[in-house]
Ligand binder design. Structure first.
Ligand SMILES: NC(=O)c1ccc[n+]([C@@H]2O[C@H](COP(=O)([O-])OP(=O)(O)OC[C@H]3O[C@@H](n4cnc5c(N)ncnc54)[C@H](O)[C@@H]3O)[C@@H](O)[C@H]2O)c1
Length: 388
């Protein structure tokens, strides 16, 4: 019998679903040391939380997050709330000695990420920041190829994360548009993932030059069931001010000499979750598009010049990363990446080991994004180290 670990899920929205799925499935496909127990779900609306908990099998619900975090029977605090409260919940969880699994972006500003990392270090708890795209098998395989030297010297990183879910001017003014709740628009929401991938795959960013743009300045206030990424839905007749950008473009200078660009927008018609990267090196290139997440495109400059071209690698072999699911060619999806993250997290908890990305990675990512926001505000190049 595996030891049981009690989970407290803080939030019951879009990510609440993905995380509930992962805690439920992890033991069926991965050899993990614990059996997670879906103990208690904190939510802000009692009806929605109760419906959610019943559907996903959470034993109890609570409307009081501090009480939940401080319960003696909770081992892991899983934070899936709007970004502004990640810091308070993570610091409280660290003080209570709980291991922490937290959604991205880490927090709404660099100062908060530092507090989170300090609190987790001081308490010696395992902390994981869920930039889940690192755990797409094709992305983890790209990392292996780069480490094996298949791309040689890296010259360019191009990260584009494009969506179109808020193009309707009547899409409600959910927390995603309020700066104090989310930290920023697609810069924080989407480029946080792209910067995480770039740091993971090729290295640290030293300086940025960015332009942010807001296309729709006012939106209707949300109704009760409007506040989810997928639903849009219910709106109020009153309008409120949009406080964040709708699109953010950034040029990045990497510590290793590479030059990069990052585009993130919620106004790219037809792009749904178009999270892509292109990496160009002296020996070859790799490109990835999450909407084709089982595939990686690879160009090898050692191929005879007349035969050169990008080939598609289907990253589903039993020798590829996270090959615990089906047989080769039996493709997997978005939800599986959360199971990978939970599996790695439980292994780290058993050994009390560091897992990446964590709150220290969050610090570096948010510092870069704050530098980009400053660059856009002041219309100048900003060194990441300027952000204190
Ligand atoms: N890794 C990914 O792919 C991914 C995708 C989407 C969202 N996210 C992140 O997950 C987090 C949650 O996003 P979501 O899309 O699930 O949001 P959501 O709006 O669907 O759900 C948030 C939940 O948090 C709770 N909540 C709402 N308002 C709150 C408040 N003021 N204080 C405390 N709790 C509150 C509620 O239970 C709500 O259901 C965010 O940080 C977001 O950036 C990550």
């Amino acid at each position: 019998m595996k030891k049981k670990l009690n989970i407290a899920l803080m939030g019951s929205g879009f990510m609440g679903k993905a995380h509930s799925f992962a805690w439920t499935l992890v033991n069926k496909f991965f050899d993990v040391p614990y059996e997670p127990v879906l103990k208690v779900n904190f939510g802000t609306d009692e009806d929605i939380t109760r419906e959610f908990a019943e559907k996903w099998g959470w034993e109890e619900i609570s409307m009081n997050w501090e009480e939940v975090i401080n319960r003696d029977d909770i081992d892991i605090v899983d934070i899936v709330t709007p970004t502004y409260i990640h810091k308070d919940m993570a610091v409280a969880a660290a003080k209570a000695g709980k291991h922490i699994f937290c959604e991205k972006p880490c927090a709404v500003n660099y100062a908060q990420t530092k507090e989170m990392a300090e609190a987790a270090d001081k308490a010696g708890v395992v902390n994981y920041l869920n930039h889940n795209y690192r755990r797409v098998p094709a992305v983890a395989f790209a990392k292996q190829m780069i480490e094996e030297g298949k791309l040689g010297t890296i010259y360019h990183y191009r990260g584009a994360y494009l969506q179109d879910w808020v193009m309707d001017p009547n899409f409600p003014l959910t927390w995603h548009f309020k700066k104090d709740l989310c930290g920023g628009g697609p810069l924080f929401d989407l480029s946080s993932h792209s910067v995480d991938l770039a740091r993971y795959l090729i290295g640290e960013i030293d300086a940025v030059t960015a332009v942010n743009k807001t296309f729709i300045e006012e939106r209707p206030l949300p109704g009760k069931r409007a506040a989810t990424f997928t639903a849009g839905g219910e709106v109020n007749s009153e309008k409120g001010k949009v406080e964040v950008e709708d699109a953010s473009f950034m040029i990045a200078e990497f510590e290793n000499g590479a030059l990069g660009s990052f585009e993130s927008t919620r106004f790219a018609s037809g792009r749904k979750n178009y999270n892509t990267f292109e990496i160009y090196g002296s020996k070859g290139a790799l490109t990835f598009n999450f909407e084709r997440m089982n595939e990686l495109q690879y160009l090898n400059l050692d191929d005879p010049a007349d035969e050169q071209g990008f080939k598609t690698i289907l990253v589903t072999n039993m020798t590829h990363p996270y090959a615990a699911w089906w047989a080769a060619g039996h493709v997997i999806g978005y939800e599986n990446t959360f199971v990978h993250a939970v599996a790695d997290f439980l292994k780290a908890v058993e050994k009390n080991e560091t897992i990446e990305p964590n709150f220290h990675d969050g610090e570096k990512i948010i510092r870069t994004l704050e530098a980009a926001a400053l660059s856009s505000d002041e219309k100048r190049r900003v060194e990441v180290s300027e952000i204190k």
